[in-house]
Design a binder for this molecule. Sequence first.
Ligand SMILES: [Fe+2]
Length: 176
Amino acid sequence: MNQQTLEQIRTEAVKRMASAHGSQHNLNHVYNVVKSAMQMSHSYDIDKNLLEAICYVHDLTYTEYYPGIATYVFEGKYIASILDKYLDQFNIDSREKGIIINACKRHPHSYPFKVLNRNTDLYTKILQDADTLDMFSDERVDNSVFTKNLKWIPVKRLMRVVRLRYINFFLNIPQI
Ligand SMILES: [Fe+2]
């Protein structure tokens, strides 16, 4: 993907994500996912611009749907259908479009359901792992509905334990 197309996708996605519904899928989350994904990509010969573009658009679902059970369950379907139209405004070919949609469609439910993508392409694996890692960040845990509404559950401590001891169970590419 050329630099100009990436910049167009980034600008447009940032504009849209600024008004995303829910505190967990905000711009900060997107920036964290971009940062982690870029760090992971150093070891691989892949199109870094394409990967970055994928990270920017992966949660556009939350610009059209409010967080809730249906959105949680059908997130993969929703994002695939949103991107199918959304991406046509950019100068990308059908191969790139397919990679972006596939990665975004398959990114949910790594934790706690362990719906991973270990046998798929690197873009999908890296996006999902970067998203999962941010799920365990203190900032994200603080913003979760469980932390806010079920204060008697030590969510933060629990997530820290999982992050330190069991994170590799929920990743496509285990961290060393
Ligand atoms: Fe995300």
